[in-house]
Design a protein around this ligand. Sequence first.
Ligand code: SF4
Length: 333
Amino acid sequence: MREKVGKRRGPNRRDGANFAALRRAAKGEFGSGAHRHYNARPMNAVIDRKQAHEASKLAKRLRHQVGQAIADFNMIEEGDRVMVCLSGGKDSYTLLDILRRLQAKAPVRFELAAVHLDQKQPGYDPDILPSYLRGLGVPFQVLEQDTYSVVKRVIPEGKTMCSLCSRLRRGSLYTYAAEAGYTKIALGHHRDDIVETLFLNLFHQATLKAMPPKLRSDDGRNVLIRPLAYCAESDIAEYARLQGFPIMPCNLCGSQENMQRKQIKAMLAEWDRKFPGRIETIFRAIGNIAPSQLADRSLFDFAGLGAATQAPRVDAHAWLAGEPLREDEGAAG
Ligand code: SF4
C-alpha cells in the first residue's frame, strides 16, 4: 500500500466562503446605498437574508448535534489522535469540517487528520482531495490500494460490489490507523444510515441491531466513532451543498447501490413524508431499550422471573416428548 502525505499549511481563506457570503448577505453588505430604505430593498436581498439565516441555523444545529454525540458517548478525550476517514462523499466532508470547527473551541485538545483510500477506480481524479485538504491546512494521507481490481475479479458481473469493496476499504484504513497510532477512527455515518441498518438487520437478518455511535473494531485494534450519529442526512446534504465541498462520486466503479438498502431508504422516506419525525423517533428508540419487554433471554433472566423453587429446570424436550410425572416426582417436591 503506497501512501502520500499531505503537508500542513496556513488556514484556508476560502474555508466557509459560502457561509461568509451568506452572512454578508444577511447583514445587507451588498449593493450600494440605493437599497437602504426598507421598502426599496429588492426581493433578492430578502430571500438571501432568509437563506443566510437558515444556513446559519443549519450549521449551528449540526455543530450542536455533533458536540452532543461526542459528549454523550465520550467519543473524544484529551490527547486523542483522531483519524477521519474521508471518502470524498458529502458525509465525510461534513464530518471533517464540523470536527475542525469544534476542535478550535473544544474543552479537550485532540489531533485531527484526514485519511483517504485511492481504490484505483476508473475515472478517479487523484488531485481533488489533496488540493482541497492542502487548502484547509489539514494534515492528511492518501493511501493507494487497488481494491477495484480485486472486487471486479471476485464479484460476478451485474452483482453489487459495495459490500466487499467496503470491507476491503475498512481493512486498509483500520490497519493504517493502528500502525500510525491513531486512537480513534471517525466515520461519517449519520442518523439515517443507523436507522436503515436497523431495518436491514430486522428484515433480512432477524436481529435487532443497528450501527452504534461508538464501538471497538472486530479485531480489537481500533475504537470507531460516529460523531454524525445524531445528524439527519438531509441536513448534511444541504450543508455540503452550501459549503461547496468537491464531492467525488463513490460509484465511479459502476456498482449500483444495494437493492435492499434502497428499498429500506424508500420505505423510511415514505414514512417520514406521511408522518414527519418518524425517523427521529425510531432513532431515539435505539437508545431507549427495555430488555424485559423483548424476548432475548441473554439480556433478561425470564426463566428466573417468578421461579418458586431451586429445582432444575425442565427443558423443552421433556415438555414435548417426556413421560408424565409420577405422583412422587411432583415439581413442588
Ligand atoms: S459504489 Fe463502488 S466504490 Fe463505492 S462502495 Fe460500492 S463498489 Fe465500492
